[in-house]
Write a protein that binds this ligand. Sequence first.
Ligand code: 13P
Length: 257
Amino acid sequence: MTRRKLLAGNWKMYKTVAEARQFAEQLGRRSTDLAAVSDYAVCPPFTALQTLRVILPTAVALGAQNVHPEANGAYTGEISVAMLAELGVSYVIVGHSERRALFDEGDEFVAQKVASVLQAGLIPILCVGENQAQRERGQAFEVVARQTQAALADVAGDALAGLVIAYEPVWAIGSGHTPTPVDAQQVISHIRSVVADSKGAAGAVSVRILYGGSVKPTNIDDFTHQPDIDGALVGGASLAADSFADMALAMNGRVRG
Ligand code: 13P
């Protein structure tokens, strides 16, 4: 089975509505570089979703960076899946390491989010990855296995075609350091085997698994050409439209015309 590659930009807490609009206009001028062989998404702050929905190039889907698992309720400051779906959101990042570390989100809460995003027909981008200390102790495989199994506890194997996992080693995020492409491939292949063991082979073959952490136009294809790596989740290098389009070109094995 061929899995479509996905280039997803996670803008984190960057860009006002005016800045998001400028990005969309600039990316529009590069829309021929967003070849239909792959999928693309940007995940802006919630405040820019409505504007981007209207002006992003049609090849680029909208994603959100977080969601609350409950349908509604007294959760001040939170956003539900239905609220995102109404704005045309297709992807929702769940369990990003910044939310796990800075906002204390645990595996069980992450699992609830995955379930509610899937139930609404949206695509979770489930983030997993070891931190520096865990890597140094040789625990990378163990950590990603635990995070993956916990987050997918209530997910059926046949739902996995509509789910994306992003392997983001915490030490590689925003640091300029990356694992080697072969190293990332080995961890991602391990994640796929963990999915196969718990959810069945068909689900493991259909789930898309991205690499994330200091990806940029000059290194993206080293990762995305590995057999188990189905694209990239990109922070800093997704903030400039030209850089986003250059990564799309490189991921698709093309050069700028
Ligand atoms: P950077 O690409 O800036 O390292 O961020 C990666 C990330 O956290 C994407 O979710």
